[in-house]
Ligand binder design. Structure first.
Ligand SMILES: C[S@@+](CC[C@H](N)C(=O)[O-])C[C@H]1O[C@@H](n2cnc3c(N)ncnc32)[C@H](O)[C@@H]1O
Length: 213
């Protein structure tokens, strides 16, 4: 298993639709240089195997998507599915979200999604939570002024944490809900393996959307 993971990390670097630190050269030019258009760009931060980004790319062929994760072997899976399904409007980027400003220029991104980010419940890991206050200025900088941030999670703990951080920064939440049902048509109903697992246990999924205005 460890050997397979190692092989896939290396192979991910060789897939034409998976970028590593060399992707920083496209800062400010992803749409023009990589997608060859000026269409809306959505990022999924912490995309894992890319199930959400892949489904969004199928749903919206006239938009651009980049899934980001630091794990090479999950991006190998994501990139392979995109190639297999001839999805040209979704790419993957291997890097730590802490470094996102090295890869995207101010206002380059139209929308950000967080889909089941790791909750990091231990206090000593708080800085890794993607809603830790230090992360917010990074997201604000790369987003267009009216750009939306979407977040969904099965973790009541992380949902409360994120809501409190946003509140403390005087960022108002545009939309917030909790659901159990499968199969709705809104983008937040696109179900990754995590979501199917949580819904089968009848865990509620919490969703919120906000903008930095
Ligand atoms: C629980 S998984 C969810 C994956 C995917 N969104 C889904 O729903 O299937 C969270 C992912 O976030 C990634 N991640 C966590 N912190 C990260 C960071 N600082 N930079 C990049 N990726 C990160 C992890 O590697 C993991 O693949």
């Amino acid at each position: 298993m460890a050997r397979q993971k190692f092989r896939r990390i290396n192979e991910a670097n060789e897939l034409p639709n998976v970028y590593d630190e060399s992707g920083a050269q496209f800062r400010g030019r992803w749409k023009q240089d990589i997608f060859g258009n000026d269409r809306k760009l959505t990022l999924e931060l912490g995309c894992g195997k890319g199930e959400f980004s892949l489904e969004m790319a199928r749903r919206y062929p006239d938009r651009n998507f980049i899934g980001i994760d630091y794990k090479g072997y999950v991006l190998w899976k994501a990139g392979s599915v995109a190639l297999n399904d001839a999805l040209d409007n979704v790419k993957f980027l291997r890097m730590r979200i802490q470094n996102i400003r090295d890869f995207f220029s101010d206002g380059e991104v139209d929308e950000i999604w967080f889909v089941f980010p790791d909750p990091f419940p231990k206090n000593r890991h708080e800085k890794n939570r993607l809603f830790y206050p230090d992360f917010l200025p990074l997201y604000q900088a790369i987003l267009k002024p009216q750009g939306s941030v979407h977040f969904k999670t099965d973790s009541g703990f992380l949902f409360d944490y994120a809501s409190e951080v946003l509140h403390s920064q005087q960022i108002s939440i545009d939309d917030s809900l909790s659901y159990h049902e499968r199969g709705g048509t809104h983008d937040f109903h696109i179900a990754t393996t995590y979501e199917r697992k949580f819904l089968s246990k009848d865990n509620p999924i919490n969703y919120l959307r906000f903008r930095f205005v």
